[in-house]
Structure formats: C-alpha cells, structure tokens
Design a binder for this molecule. Structure first.
Ligand SMILES: Nc1ncnc2c1ncn2[C@@H]1O[C@H](COP(=O)(O)OP(=O)(O)O)[C@@H](O)[C@H]1O
Ligand SMILES: [Mg+2]
Length: 348
C-alpha cells in the first residue's frame, strides 16, 4: 500500500503500533531479566503506549495539517468558483493528502482554462485594435492626400477642386460609417443592446428594405425581389434590428453581385420558426472562407471589398443581432455562382 493513500487515523495507528511494539519489547526484556515487571504489566505497557501514542500522533498530524496544509487547501477552495466551503472540519478518517492532491489537480485544470481564456481575449483585443487602426488609416490617408493637393494649388484649379472635396467627403463618410459600426459592435458585445420585441409582418419589412436599397441596386442593374410577397408573415422580433440584418444582407448581395443579377428574399415555414433566405447569383464565396465570414473585419477579397465600401463589420453585426434573438444564421455559397444567407425568426 502506498503511504500516500493512508488516512491520518491509519497513519497514527501504524506509528503508534510501532511505538507500542518498542515499549512492549523493552517491557519484555526487563521482564525476562527477572525484574519486578510481570507479563500483565508488559501487556498493559503495550496497550497503554499504543493508545497514548495513537492519540498523540493523531493530534500531532491534525495539528500539522491544520497549520500547514489546511491553509493551502482553504486557499484553493476559496479561489475555486462555485465550490462550497465544506472543509471547515477536516475528517481524520479520510485520505486527506490524496484529496488535497485531487483538489490541487482540479484547481490547476481550472486555472489553466482561465488563463487560456484570458490569453485568447488578449489576443483578440490586440487583433481588434490593430484592425481598427488599419481600417481607419485608409480613409484618413486619402483625406490627407486630397487636402494636401488642394493646398498645393489644387484649390485654384476649377477642374479638380470640387471633385477632390467631394472625394474627401466620401472618405469622411466611410470613417463615420466605420465608427458607427464599431460603436454598434461594442454595444452588442457588452450586451447593452436592448431588444424591442414586437409582432410584425416580415413581408412588409422586406418590402421597405427593398425600397430603401433600390437606388444602389439600380446602379448595378440588380433586381431585388421578395419571392412570397402575397401573404403576410408574422414574426416576433425587434423590427428595427431585423431590418438592419436584411439591409446588410441585401446590400452585400448588391455589392458582391454581378451586373444584371438578381437577389431574392424568401420565407420558409418551419414549425415554430420562419426561415428567411437572402440569395443572390453574384460572385459567390469559396468554401475556405465560409467558416470565418462572420468574424469582424473578415473580407474575402481584401482590396476589392475595401473599394466596394464595406467596413468588414456588417456580417459580424448581423450575427450578433440574430444571436441576441436566440436564433441562428448560416451561409451556403458556390464560387462564381452565388450565395445564400439564411436565418431563423420566431413565428408570432
Ligand atoms: N452576398 C455575398 N456574395 C459574395 N461575397 C460576400 C457576400 N456577402 C458577404 N461577402 C463577403 O464577406 C465579406 C464580409 O462581409 P461584411 O461583413 O458585410 O463586410 P463588408 O461588406 O463590409 O466587406 C465581404 O467582404 C465579402 O467578401
Ligand atoms: Mg457588408
């Protein structure tokens, strides 16, 4: 048997037995040497030393555990979340050392997980800051370029002065858009977004979105249509947020669509939910990009998407909104053929 698995009581007993044997041996020796000691006396000596040393050892061990180990034990216990303090009284008939070992291992596992989580968070924070400054640099540098050209004589040149001011304004608008998106992400991630659940007609909302994006769609000769626009489809959700989601998806289908293409919004009835699909026959996305598509700042074609004007935060915001509704969003896509974004909403 391993010493590690002994309980304090067992350990005390073994030690006491050793002491008692020694005493017994001495008693027997003295008795055999013709002393006044009798067998009974030797026996009593054995039993007496066994009992007294047992209690002395037990007390000593308990005292030692109390002073040294309990402090560690309690610290570990108190640091661990969700564990009740059931160790106020140590049980001497338990394998305390084994138990402490288990606790320490468990505590270590818990700590490792926590450290991993914090490291991930730290990495994410650094990446996020890097991305933000990188994204803001592009419009800032172009504004700086336009202003410098204007200052260095462009202001007097009627051919470019207005044009450059308009371009600078466009870059400023991009920055504002981006800062708004960042603000939105920050709110969503700290759960400060209050959802205003209402019962509303999804068909009606989609028609409004189509109207509001018509100008952009026409510019690219893309037709946006609602497939089942005849009957009303009622859902329970936050209408302004869902409008934001559909607008984002429709705008993406226009931005990354082909000229003369088509975007279609369609609803499917699924028991408790309505599945909303926004599909296009645009440029599509190759499979390797799909798992990361909803990450902040993730773009398939970095240079081109930036020229198209997105902040790279659109789908991240969309996903947050859908998840805040406790629903899911998915994407299917074939490169060169088109993409389908689908999400669910609770029926009402
Ligand atoms: N309908 C789509 N067709 C093709 N690619 C798309 C589509 N929607 C999104 N993407 C790709 O996903 C990326 C992320 O989209 P999003 O988060 O809206 O950012 P942004 O539009 O600002 O670039 C886009 O840059 C684009 O590459
Ligand atoms: Mg977008």
């Amino acid at each position: 048997m391993q010493v590690r698995n002994l309980t304090p009581k067992q350990l005390s007993f073994r030690l006491a037995l050793g002491v008692a044997f020694l005493c017994g041996l001495v008693g027997t020796g003295v008795w055999l040497l013709n002393s006044p000691f009798s067998f009974l006396f030797t026996f009593l000596l054995f039993v007496g030393s066994l009992l007294s040393s047992y209690f002395i050892f037990l007390w000593g061990i308990k005292h030692f555990i109390d002073r040294k180990i309990r402090l560690i034990y309690k610290t570990i216990h108190n640091l661990k979340v969700g564990l009740k303090k059931d160790n106020q009284q140590l049980d001497m008939s338990q394998d305390i050392f084994g138990k402490i070992r288990e606790e320490v291992i468990e505590w270590d596992k818990h700590n490792r997980k926590e450290i991993e989580r914090l490291t991930d968070q730290e990495k994410y924070r650094r990446e996020f800051l890097g991305n933000v400054s990188h994204e803001l640099k592009t419009p800032i540098f172009s504004i700086q370029g336009y202003i410098l050209t204007l200052l260095e004589g462009g202001l007097e040149d009627k051919k470019i002065n207005r044009d450059f001011l308009l371009k600078a304004e466009k870059s400023i608008n991009r920055m504002i858009e981006m800062v708004d998106d960042l603000d939105e992400i920050a709110k969503l991630e700290s759960n400060r977004m209050q959802l205003n659940f209402q019962r509303f007609d999804l068909s009606e909302l989609c028609k409004e979105v189509i109207e509001s994006t018509e100008y952009k769609a026409k510019k690219k000769k893309i037709k946006v249509r609602l497939a089942n626009n005849t009957k009303p489809t009622f859902v329970k959700a936050d209408p302004s947020r869902i409008s934001q989601v559909i607008t984002n998806l429709v705008m993406n289908s226009i931005n990354y669509g082909k000229e003369n293409g088509e975007t279609r919004i369609k609803f499917y009835d699924m028991d408790e939910n309505i599945l909303v699909e926004v599909s296009d026959n645009g440029r599509g996305i190759s499979e390797e990009h799909l798992p990361r598509l909803f990450e902040r700042f993730y773009r398939v074609d970095k240079g081109r998407s930036r020229a198209d004007g997105g902040s790279g935060l659109g789908l991240a915001i969309v996903k947050h909104i859908i998840e805040a509704h406790k629903q899911t969003i998915n994407v299917r896509s074939v490169l060169g053929e088109g993409s389908v974004f689908s999400f669910t909403l609770k029926k009402a």
